[in-house]
Ligand binder design. Sequence first.
Ligand code: ZN
Length: 156
Amino acid sequence: VGVFVGNWPWSSPSGWQRLRRGVDCPLCDPGALADVVVRLPSTLVRVPRSACLPGYACVIHARHAVELHDLGSEEAAAFMRDVCSVSHVVERVTGAAKVNLLSLGNLVPHLHVHVCPRRPGDRFDGLPLDPGHVAEVYRAGEHERFVAELLHGLRG
Ligand SMILES: [Zn+2]
């Protein structure tokens, strides 16, 4: 996985409509979701080892929905509570200068938020942050330690 090159999936209107409806949606198949470290009330949280930045987490709505505004107000509030919980713990654990939250979904139209801790001099300093631009961002043991601290923080 690296930088996305090519047409966005929506350049195929019929294929895009299928994806929007959740047909063959990769985020609806829990068996295919690698790196899920925890389930929160409304979401699954992925922490891939290969990521845009160390401390990155992806908060994925537990059921298929495309836009935040597709959720009812209670459901949207529950989703944002999970996003806030993860964002808060990521900030604390990583010591980020700023947490960037990105809800894009241009490749996979299933509601999710990229939680990206920013630090001075990080890979995207002065550039647009691209959560799809992934690399091996952890040194030995760091990924395991981050996951353990994230889970501990979410329990507390
Ligand atoms: Zn889906």
